[in-house]
Design a binder for this molecule. Structure first.
Ligand code: F6P
Length: 342
């Protein structure tokens, strides 16, 4: 069997670990061959390939990013996109695809499987917002990086008696903010699932100053104030999946906190630092297990499924379950953290 692998959407620490595990087991245990498609769905759409055998995956386990490249190309928005992909796979002699990605990449995989292609999905996103899997790899690394940043910001905040706002990633779900905020002892955590009241945020900030501590506000990029005031960049453009580029909520809070409390505030936007560099051990193990199980699924003739972590086991779930709804932070999880606000 010849198996194509692609990585789509935002990159994520652990992608290379998945590729390595799938290629190693697929080649050495099952006797299959592989081809790498470059830059997500653009690869099979435009015939962009690279060799992918055991020599090509040597040494990539700890490397961030993806050796295959990534893009947010959406073939469902391209005229004849699905037909072009089908023809390309036939041309390359590829019998099955392993698609590693988040909701967008897996949404395309779901559609292709429904149209008869053999596709197995692997969930990936630092946001940890995919349904059907308890965790996605990359999330632990992002939380670790954000927590370290919060720890560092604490000391400079104390020295200058400032409020520090830390903007982390999280478009629709506040998992990174929640976990990094809890781990870093944030003064208040703001997530997209719960519009925040600026007056309340400022009360928390003032209370922390009264206790002679400097407040740290952790905010997910997708969080919004109750008034519904949009805090996205004015020039926000949409990508091929219709997502606006977020950013600006940290600066918004910096201005508002200064104006409302009279205290100095500074915002730090962690941005793509959270996605770069080497994965944590947890993410390397999870990504490796996903790769091993994905290639087993292909070997056994499965299609339209995604590998997922449920408890400590890797299971197979229908692809559409993964993309049916986003896994957002439940209210009770947020309320656990609220004990530490102010
Ligand atoms: O989906 C992962 C993610 O990192 C989001 O948290 C973030 O909103 C988005 O990607 C950023 O996308 P880009 O790298 O295209 O700016």
């Amino acid at each position: 069997m010849r198996i194509g692998i692609l990585t789509g959407g935002g990159d994520c620490p652990g992608l290379n670990a998945v590729i390595r595990a799938a290629v190693r087991k697929g080649t050495e245990v099952h006797g299959h061959g592989f081809v790498g498609y470059r830059d997500g769905w653009r690869g099979p759409l435009e015939g962009l390939t690279r060799p992918l055998g055991v020599p090509e995956v040597r040494g990539i386990l700890p490397r961030g990013g993806t050796i295959l490249g990534s893009s947010r190309t959406n073939p469902l928005k391209v005229d004849g996109g699905v037909e072009r992909i089908t023809a390309q796979l036939a041309h390359d002699g590829v019998d099955a695809l392993i698609a590693i990605g988040g909701e967008d990449t897996l949404g395309v995989a779901t559609e292709l499987a429904a149209r008869g292609l053999t596709v197995v999905g692997v969930p990936k996103t630092i946001d940890n917002d995919l349904g059907a899997t308890d965790y996605t790899f990359g999330f632990d690394t992002a939380v670790t990086i954000a927590t370290e940043a919060i720890d560092r910001l604490h000391t400079t905040a104390e020295s200058h008696h400032r409020a520090l706002v830390v903007e982390v990633m999280g478009r629709h779900a506040g998992w990174i903010a929640l976990h990094a905020g809890l781990a870093g002892g944030a003064n208040v955590i703001l997530i997209p699932e719960r519009p925040f009241d600026l007056d309340e945020v400022c009360r928390y900030v003032e209370r922390r100053f009264e206790l002679e501590y400097a407040p740290i506000v952790v905010v997910a990029e997708g969080a919004v104030p109750v008034a519904g005031q949009a805090a996205v960049q004015a020039d926000a453009a949409l990508d091929a999946f219709g997502h606006v580029r977020l950013g600006g909520i940290g600066a918004f809070l910096e201005r508002e906190i200064e104006a409302r409390t009279g205290k100095e505030a500074r915002a730090t936007v962690l941005g793509h630092v959270q996605r770069g560099g080497t994965p944590t051990a947890y993410d390397r193990v999870l990504a490796t297990r996903f790769g091993l199980h994905a290639v087993d699924a292909v070997h056994e003739g499965a299609t339209g499924v995604m590998v997922a972590l449920q408890g400590t086991s890797i299971v197979r779930v229908p692809l559409e379950e993964a993309t049916r709804e986003l896994k957002t932070v439940p209210l009770e999880r947020y309320l656990e953290a609220e004990v530490f606000f102010g």
